[in-house]
Design a protein around this ligand. Structure first.
Ligand code: NAD
Length: 456
C-alpha cells in the first residue's frame, strides 16, 4: 500500500491532475462509466439492497449524472483565481485567491447509497485536481466490486484508485499520510477517523448521521395534509426503506392532529406499497441480518411494541420490515435515543407545535430538521432557534439534490460540507496570494516612531 501511495504522490507532483483538461476528461470518464453501466448498477443495487430500479435511478444514477454535469459546466469558473478587493490603505497592491488541489486524498464511504456516497465526493476530488483513493463499503459488495473492477477502466488509474475491504483495510488506510480524509458513516467510526487524522494533522470531513426530526403542524387544508403525509412516507419508507442519513427519524406533532396524521400516512403507505408491502416491487430491503436484528431489537421492548399503530411485521429470510408507525413510544427507549436507520417511524405528541423547538434543542444537533407548516412566525422561530446541517420546510430529503446548497452536518452529525461547488472547495486549498509594488510605504510601519517621516 505504501509504495502505491508513494507513486500516487509522485504522480500528483508531475502536475498532470492539475490541468483543466485532465479534470474534464476524468469527469467525462465517470459520466461514461455511469451511463454505459446503468444496467449493471441497477443489478448491483438490487442485489445488495433490493433497491427498485426507479429508486436507483432517482437517488443514485440520475443524481450523479446531474452532479457530474454541474461540475463539468462550472469547472473552468471554479478553477479561476478570484481577485480580492483591498482597502484603500493597501495602495498599489494586488491580492487574489488561487485554488489549488490538496494532493492525495482518501474517501471512505458507506453502503446505503453505495454509488452516490462514493462518487459524489469523488466528483469534488477530481474537479479539484487531486489524486485519490476510494474505499467503498464492504456491506454493499456487488456495488463495491463494480466500483473497483469496472469504474477504473474509465479513469486514470495512476491518480484514482479503488481499494475494497472492511474495517481492517480502513484502519490500514488511516495509518497513511493523506492531505484530506473524507468519511461518510457512523459517528463511532467517525471518531476513529478523527483520532487517526491527528497523527498527521490531516483535515477531515465527517459526514455522519443521527436522528432527524420532522415537525408536523396541525395543517388545516386536506390537500396540505395529504401532500405532507405522502412526502413523509416516500422519504421515510421509499429512500432505501429509511436507511438514509437524512431520512425522517421521528415525528413531532400536536396531540390533536396525531390520529389524522396516522390515518393519512396509512393511506399513503397503501397507495405506494400496496396492501402487502412485502410483495410490492417498490420497497427495498434491510442491508443485512445484523441491521435486521438491530431493528427488530428496537421493537422488542414491550412498551415500544404496544405503541405500534401500523405495520410491525418482519420477514428475516427476506430481510423485510414492513413500514411501521409507532405512537408515543417511551422517550427513554432505544428507538428514541439511537438513530433508527430503517422503516420504523415513531410519532411523539406534544401539546403545542412550538414545544417541538425545546424538544429538538434538548437533543444532539441533527443532520437535518424538517417542518411541515404554514405558520410563518413558527417557521421564523425554527430558523432562528434551532441548529442543524439543513432545515427544510414542507418536504424532506430534497436538499440532497440541490447543488447550490451545502450538504453536511453540525455538532455530532458531522464536520464539513460538500455538493456542487462546495465539493470542489472541500478538496481545494484557496491560497491567499498578495503582491505589492516597490513604490510606496508608510512611515508608521517602521520604527522608530517618534520621528514623523514619509519613506519613499
Ligand atoms: P460505518 O461507520 O460502520 O462504516 C462506514 C465506512 O467505514 C465503511 O466503508 C467501513 O468499512 C469503514 N470502517 C468501519 N470501521 C472502520 C475502522 N475501524 N476504520 C476505518 N474504516 C472503518 O457505517 P454504517 O454504520 O454502516 O453507516 C451508517 C451510518 O452512516 C449512519 O449513522 C448514517 O446516518 C451515516 N450516514 C451518513 C451520511 C451522510 O452523508 N451524512 C450518509 C449515509 C450514512
Amino acid at each position: 500500500m505504501e509504495s502505491e501511495l508513494e507513486s500516487m504522490r509522485q504522480y500528483f507532483k508531475s502536475g498532470n491532475t492539475k490541468d483543466a483538461s485532465w479534470r474534464l476528461s476524468q469527469l467525462k470518464g465517470l459520466l461514461l462509466f455511469i451511463k454505459e453501466n446503468e444496467a449493471e448498477i441497477f443489478k448491483a443495487l438490487k442485489e445488495d439492497l433490493g433497491k427498485p430500479p426507479v429508486e436507483a435511478f432517482r437517488d443514485e444514477v440520475g443524481t450523479l449524472i446531474k452532479s457530474i454535469n454541474f461540475a463539468l459546466k462550472g469547472l473552468k469558473n471554479w478553477m479561476s483565481s478570484q481577485k480580492i478587493k483591498l482597502p484603500k490603505i493597501a495602495v498599489s497592491s494586488y491580492a487574489e485567491l488561487v485554488p489549488q488541489p490538496l494532493g492525495l486524498v482518501l474517501i471512505i464511504s458507506t453502503w446505503n447509497f453505495p454509488f452516490g456516497l462514493s462518487l459524489e465526493p469523488l466528483i469534488g476530488a477530481i474537479a479539484a485536481g487531486n489524486t485519490m483513493v476510494l474505499k467503498p463499503s464492504e456491506l454493499a459488495p456487488a456495488c463495491s466490486s463494480l466500483l473497483a473492477n469496472v469504474m477504473p477502466t474509465y479513469l486514470d488509474t495512476q491518480a484514482i484508485k479503488v481499494i475494497q475491504g472492511g474495517p481492517s483495510v480502513g484502519e490500514q488506510l488511516l495509518q497513511q499520510k493523506w492531505d484530506k480524509i473524507f468519511f461518510t458513516g457512523s459517528a463511532r467510526v467517525g471518531r476513529i477517523v478523527m483520532s487517526a487524522a491527528v497523527k498527521h494533522l490531516t483535515p477531515v470531513v465527517l459526514e455522519l448521521g443521527g436522528k432527524c426530526p420532522a415537525v408536523v403542524d396541525s395543517l388545516s387544508s386536506s390537500w396540505d395534509q395529504q401532500v405532507a403525509a405522502n412526502r413523509i412516507v416516500v422519504s421515510k419508507f421509499g429512500n432505501c426503506t429509511g436507511q438514509a442519513c437524512i431520512a425522517i427519524d421521528y415525528i413531532l406533532v400536536e396531540k390533536k392532529f396525531a390520529s389524522t396524521l396516522v390515518e393519512l400516512m396509512k393511506d399513503s403507505i397503501k397507495n405506494m406499497f400496496g396492501d402487502n408491502p412485502r410483495d410490492s416491487n417498490t420497497m427495498g430491503r434491510i442491508v443485512n441480518k445484523h441491521h435486521f436484528l438491530r431493528l427488530k431489537n428496537l421493537l422488542s421492548d414491550l412498551a415500544v411494541k404496544k405503541s405500534v399503530v401500523h405495520g410491525g411485521s418482519m420477514d428475516e429470510n427476506n430481510l423485510f420490515i414492513e413500514p411501521t408507525i409507532l405512537l408515543d413510544p417511551p422517550l427513554q427507549a432505544e428507538i428514541m435515543t439511537d438513530e433508527i436507520f430503517g422503516p420504523l417511524l415513531p410519532i411523539i405528541t406534544l401539546e403545542k407545535v412550538e414545544d417541538s423547538i425545546d424538544f429538538i434543542n434538548s437533543k444532539p444537533k441533527a443532520l437535518a430538521i424538517y417542518a411541515f407548516t404554514k405558520n410563518e412566525p413558527f417557521r421564523r422561530r425554527m430558523v432562528a432557534e434551532t441548529s442543524s446541517g439543513s432545515l427544510v420546510f414542507n418536504d424532506a430529503v430534497i436538499q440532497y439534490l440541490v447543488d447550490a446548497l451545502p450538504f453536511g452536518g453540525i455538532g455530532e452529525s458531522g464536520i464539513g460540507k460538500y455538493h456542487g461547488k462546495f465539493s470542489f472547495d472541500t478538496f481545494t486549498h484557496h491560497k491567499a496570494v498578495a503582491r505589492r509594488s516597490f513604490l510606496v510605504d508608510f512611515w508608521f510601519r517602521f520604527p522608530p516612531w517618534n520621528v514623523h517621516k514619509l519613506m519613499l
